[in-house]
Each structure stands twice: as C-alpha cells, then as structure tokens.
Design a protein around this ligand. Structure first.
Ligand code: NAP
Length: 247
C-alpha cells in the first residue's frame, strides 16, 4: 500500500474526480476526510469508503470561506491528530465571454477555485509544518496553461493555482512538504457533461490519444504525488490530458 495510515483531506470529494481520488487513496491505505458543499453526497462517498475498512470524516465546508476551512482543519486534527495529504480539488465553472462576464461570475469562480486553494493550503500548512512532512496536490487545468474562449475566470483561477503551487513549494520545501499540481485535460465528469456536443467533438479532435480521460487517470497521478514515490518532485504541474498540451 502506497499511503498506508496517512490522513488525506480531499476537497470537493463528494463526486467526480475528487471522489475517485478519495476511493483510490482509501484502497492504498489512507484514512479519508471529504469536504464538500454537498454534505449528503459527501457522506454517501464516505460510507462507500468505510466499506474498504478505512476511517472517514465528511464535513460541509465551503472552501472559499477561510473561517470554515480553519474550523474544519481543527476538527480533522481533533479526530485524526494529523493531516498528511491535502488534495485541493473543489472547483466550479461559470462560463461567459469576457465582454459578457459579470462581476459575480468572475468573483464566484476565483473565490472557489483560487482563494479556496489558498485557504486550504494556508490552513493545512500549520499542522504540516509542525509534523515536518506533508504532500499537497492542487487540481488545476490545462485551461490554466492554454486559455479557452468563454473561460476568462476559470483560466485565470487555474493559472493562479499553478503559480501558487510553485510559490508554496519554495516556501515549504525546507520542512519536507511537497506541493505539486495536476492539470487535467478533458475528463468525463458532471462538469464536462454539461458542455455542448460540438464543443466536445472539437476537443476530441485535439487529443492525440483520441479519447476522453477518466477520473481514474487524475486519481493515479494524484496518488503518485501523494506518495513517497514523488519525494524528489515539488513545484511541478503534471499534465493529464491525452497529449493535448505538450511543453
Ligand atoms: P464536479 O463533478 O463538478 O465536482 C466538484 C465537486 O466540488 C462537487 O461535489 C461540488 O459540489 C464541490 N464544490 C463546489 N464548490 C465547492 C466549494 N465552494 N467548497 C467545497 N466543495 C465545492 O467537478 P470535477 O469535474 O470532478 O472537477 C474536479 C476538479 O478538477 C475541479 O477543480 C475542476 O476544475 C478540475 N478539472 C476538471 C476537468 C474535467 O474535465 N472534469 C478538467 C480539468 C480540471 P456540488 O455538488 O455542490 O457542485
């Protein structure tokens, strides 16, 4: 088992990519905390994980609210005494063309995706610094690297996460804390299910491996970055996209 008896917090883990990461981590021996705005779904995910014999905690936390995040971290420490892994995965889209994008659409996406990641990293850094160990995995997107029409807010938030990852990696490296990001391409989840068919077909044409990704593809990369196999890697962004974006 790659992360046996580690305590892992996964934000937005009630469904989609986050839930898959939680299941992968539990199968590899970790105890799992799921934060989500949808507590009912988060509890369903935790109930499923409990059948794998791991301890779980589901909590209703909006990652854009720092006070809630800090209280949530204290709750985890009360129950598990430590936090070894953070996967900052909670994210939303509110697409619109730049000229039509409202202040609310901009603020909502930046608040959840970028500020939410900042909030979780800041709050989790305290116990990790004390432990002198930790693994932080931030879920960005290839859209944060290449941009995308209609996603000014989303692309800026994800580019911000990539930069934030590098800065935190430099700040926390001396305490044995690795901070990396994953930039998924087009992964089949509820988030992408709502895209129009023509957009999906166009994206498929641009994928060299000629298929969409699955949440398990992102979960595999997350597990690598959360395990000791990646101990000498920090500040990096691993692109999981079937070859769409090549540096
Ligand atoms: P998803 O199916 O929409 O799941 C996201 C989860 O996050 C949902 O359970 C959602 O709750 C929760 N959430 C939303 N706002 C939150 C908040 N403020 N605090 C806590 N939880 C919150 O999304 P996904 O496709 O699995 O995506 C997961 C991550 O991967 C996101 O960061 C996304 O940007 C990134 N990503 C996805 C793709 C893709 O192709 N799917 C590609 C690149 C990057 P609700 O049930 O209330 O919505």
């Amino acid at each position: 088992m790659k992360i046996k008896d580690k305590v892992a917090l996964i934000t937005g883990g009630a469904r989609g990519i986050g839930k898959e990461i939680a299941l992968f981590f539990a199968r590899e021996g970790a105890d799992i905390v799921i934060w989500d705005v949808n507590l009912e779904q988060a509890q369903v995910a935790c109930d499923e994980i409990s059948t794998l014999g791991r301890k779980t905690l589901a909590d209703e936390i909006d990652v854009s609210n720092y006070a809630a995040v800090e209280a949530g971290i204290n709750k985890i420490l009360d129950k598990f005494t430590r936090i070894d892994i953070l996967v900052s995965n909670a994210g939303i889209t509110k697409d619109n063309l730049l000229l039509r994008m409202s202040q609310q659409e901009w603020d909502a996406v930046l608040n959840v995706n970028l500020k939410g990641t900042f909030n979780c990293m800041k709050a989790v850094a305290r116990p990790m610094l004390k432990q002198k160990s930790g693994k932080i995995v931030n879920i960005a997107s290839i859209i944060g690297i290449i941009g995308n029409p209609g996603q000014a807010n989303y692309s800026a938030s994800k580019a911000g996460i990539i930069a934030l990852t590098k800065t935190a990696a430099k700040e926390l490296a001396s305490r044995n804390i690795n901070v990396n990001a994953i930039a998924p391409g087009f992964i089949q989840t509820d988030m992408t299910a709502k895209l129009p068919l023509e957009v999906k077909e166009k994206m498929l044409e641009a994928i060299p491996l000629a298929k969409l990704g699955n949440p398990s593809d992102v979960a595999n990369a997350s597990l690598f970055l959360a395990s000791s196999e990646s101990d000498y890697i920090t500040g990096q962004t691993i692109v999981v996209d079937g070859g769409m974006v090549m540096a």
